[in-house]
Design a protein around this ligand. Structure first.
Ligand code: GLY
Length: 353
């Protein structure tokens, strides 16, 4: 049975569906009916889906895949093509792809003519549960991820889980890393009811790996409900939104160190979560039993702790955009499903391990 879930955020609608692509495109065409459009599409997605989506080549810019593509050159390319095609302030950029495409297309939309509409059609699990919602746009610089960007909310987000059928296993699992993040921060998110995501993820692991449609859609829905509760309260990351960076301080540094190949985003975030969970147990911020449940959950999803050279990673963490002048900022578990922000000088972090 085809199902559609709607999630409300302040000014736009998010649709989560397993219906045919033609239905998704119908809705997209409807809300852009009077607009000129530039579709920024990932190369892989274009090859696999351009016919199914009925994309018109004249409206499409295809970009190669990979974090390295989230760069200044491609950003300028999007702007130039938008200008060549005569997009005006009333028109729209539509991102079809994973987080890289969503971030760079969103950044271009937010700066072209001081900001035009953009619509997200995420095609990876990671972008469905996180980056397509909440309005963070960005490009990277050499040693620093997401260092140039804006907050610019999409006009709509269309999540069609049928894209996941062709997502490779590594990418799917990386998305699960970001899903697991929400289980550890549910209490911080102040959503108006308990979702029991930690428990749900413990129970639904097999169904999720088998991509049972309703389970996948529920998990996306729960993650987004938590994310939206946070973004509605703190869009510009002045306070509460920082909790969404759980696992990311060390995670981003590992991604940079491994040149975005050794670790892809969700894998790196899980390593960051292992790191702070162990740290929290060591300084008795969390109980032995919660630490154990947490480790069991990450292990159940096939993640294992990796070894790395902390001094090298600390050097990279110092450049993280979350770092203040002399301190590195971490989100560390402080209770069941709850994290808090802590700031340490690099030498203090080294002394602890
Ligand atoms: N991915 C973290 C955030 O949207 O704030």
């Amino acid at each position: 049975m085809k199902q559609t879930l709607n999630v409300e955020i302040k000014n736009y609608k998010i649709t989560i569906t397993d219906s045919d692509f033609s239905k998704t495109m119908e809705e997209l065409n409807l809300i852009t009916a009077s607009q000129k459009r530039l579709f920024v599409v990932s190369n892989k997605v274009f090859k696999l889906y351009s016919e199914k989506l009925g994309l018109n080549k004249n409206e499409v810019l295809v970009l190669p895949d990979g974090e390295k593509q989230k760069n200044f050159k491609n950003y300028i390319k999007i702007l130039e093509i938008a200008a060549q095609k005569g997009l005006t302030r009333n028109d729209a950029i539509i991102a079809i792809g994973g987080g890289v495409i969503g971030d760079i297309a969103g950044f271009a939309a937010s700066t072209y003519m001081r900001g035009i509409d953009y619509i997200q059609v995420p095609t990876t699990l990671l972008s469905m549960v996180d980056s397509s919602v909440g309005g963070k746009t960005a490009i990277d610089m050499k040693d620093a991820k997401n260092i140039v960007g804006t907050f610019w909310q999409p006009k709509a987000v269309f999540i069609n889980i049928n894209f996941l059928k062709t997502l490779n296993k590594r990418q799917f699992k990386s998305g699960l890393g970001e899903v697991l993040k929400y289980a550890f921060i549910e209490e911080n998110c102040k959503y108006n009811q308990q979702l029991y995501l930690f428990e749900y993820l413990t129970l639904c692991c097999e169904k999720l790996f088998a991509q049972e449609p309703m389970t996948v859609m529920r998990v996306i829905e729960y993650c987004l409900k938590l994310k939206i509760a946070v973004v509605n309260e703190d869009e510009k990351e002045k306070g509460l939104r920082k909790v969404l960076n759980f696992g990311h301080t060390l995670g981003h540094a590992l991604e940079v160190k491994g040149k975005f190949r050794k670790y892809i985003h969700g894998e790196a975030v899980v390593q960051g979560m292992f790191f702070v969970l162990n740290w929290a147990k060591k300084v008795e911020l969390i109980s032995y039993s919660y630490h154990r449940l947490a480790m069991e959950l990450l292990t159940k999803y096939g993640f294992k702790e990796q070894k790395f050279k902390l001094p090298e990673i600390i050097e990279i963490m110092k450049k993280d955009k979350k770092a203040t002048s002399d301190k590195i900022v971490f989100l560390i578990p402080c209770d069941k499903k709850k994290v808090k922000e802590v700031k340490f000088r690099p030498e203090e972090v080294l002394e602890m391990f």
